[in-house]
Design a binder for this molecule. Structure first.
Ligand SMILES: [Mg+2]
Length: 365
């Protein structure tokens, strides 16, 4: 078989209008008017296209990293070379050990898995050892309602009506958590994500106040998120299970957080931590340590699909995170439509289906 190489790497930044039925939340200190999405379109020498996705936060810097550094390094490389992104990470290590360059490599890595699946004629989950389930449960990850209990109640009710069987809030008050529990009833798994809201000395009281809401997990209660010892203390003092990992700077942070006895659910983000290659390694290593991987996936492109394949192939079952909002354009919604709070695991070659290239044009940044 002749070698298939990378011929070109294009970036496509999308700004997708959305509605979460409330005033827009802030992100990075400014109003989040759109859901942003940075796609990579990798064209191989045989004409095949692979799709990847890099983290949307501060995407302009990542787009520059791809265009000026990662794309030129990639051209002419063998698509089958599974060591490629690790080699580029080492080559670019002085540019930052996390952040835009690693997000850029995450996008390339995901596109390469898509291409390798397409070349072999198999779904990505088959490259991970095969799927262990036909469907993956999806959790409704509500956006912020800034403590507006009425809106929380209404949106939890809406998510339940839509068939979701698991709910996560991005709220910081016990009143909001209790309201969600009240609407959901006792049997729905409920999670709360505080996005690093509290200093270590504040966190035990804040998390303890939510314990009555019977949380499946409390996510990122502590600032800074690297303070594993403080998180372990909160977990011990409150008895509430914890989740962290979306802000980990390196795959090597995961064995450290597990060793610190601070986490029940690790949450690597495929579009931040370097791609599907490290996500799969983190997932399997966590399982060997008795910890469940519940990946971060509030994004809508090929990174979302990559996460579905990992959740299909992994031993310890976990639900898929889905931002709960209406999108003007859903890049991969046609590949894995949500029905009854679940998605079917795609079996088409690669990630299972491409984003609609024509439809995305009017949302380009
Ligand atoms: Mg989170």
């Amino acid at each position: 078989m002749s070698v298939v190489t990378i011929e070109r790497v294009d970036t496509i930044a999308l700004r997708i209008p959305y509605d979460h039925w409330a005033p827009k939340p802030t992100f990075g200190g400014i109003a989040r008017e759109t859901m942003d999405c940075l796609l990579l379109r990798v064209t191989a020498s045989n004409g095949l296209i692979g799709w990847g996705e890099a983290f949307w936060g501060g995407w302009q810097a990542t787009q520059a990293a791809i265009e000026h550094w990662v794309a030129p390094l990639s051209i002419g490389q063998d698509v089958a070379d599974v060591g490629m992104t690790a080699r580029f990470e080492r080559a670019l290590h002085n540019f930052g050990r996390s952040g835009p360059y690693v997000y850029a490599l995450a996008g390339l890595d995901i596109a390469l898995w898509d291409l390798r699946g397409k070349l072999a004629g198999v779904p990505v989950h088959a490259l991970l050892g095969g799927r262990r389930r036909d469907r993956v449960a999806v959790y409704a990850s509500l956006l912020q309602y800034n403590g507006d209990v009425e809106r929380v109640r209404r949106t939890v009710d809406r998510a339940l009506e839509d068939g979701f069987g698991h709910i996560k809030l991005h709220e910081r008050t016990a009143a909001a958590a209790m309201a969600a529990r009240d609407v959901a009833g006792p049997d729905i798994p409920l999670m709360v994500d505080a996005n690093c809201a509290w200093l270590p000395e504040q966190a035990t009281a804040a998390v303890g106040a939510m314990a009555a809401a019977d949380l499946k997990w409390m996510e990122e209660p502590i600032w800074p998120p690297e303070d594993f010892a403080a998180l372990a203390a909160v977990r011990r003092a409150t008895g509430v299970a914890t989740a962290i990992g979306e802000n980990a700077g390196s795959p090597l942070d995961f064995p450290k957080m597990i060793a610190a006895d601070c986490v029940d659910y690790v949450q690597p983000s495929v579009i931040k931590i370097g791609g599907l290659t490290p996500l799969w390694r983190i997932t399997t290593e966590a399982e060997q340590a008795g910890v469940t991987c519940a990946p971060h996936s509030p994004f809508f492109g090929p990174g979302y699909l990559a996460t579905v394949h990992v959740l299909a192939a992994t031993a310890r079952e976990s639900a898929l995170e889905r931002f709960y909002c209406e999108l003007a354009y859903d890049p991969c919604g046609h590949v894995v439509p949500i029905a009854g709070g679940r998605v079917e695991v795609p079996d088409a070659p690669g990630l299972g289906g491409d984003p609609d290239f024509e439809a995305m044009q009017k949302f380009r940044a």
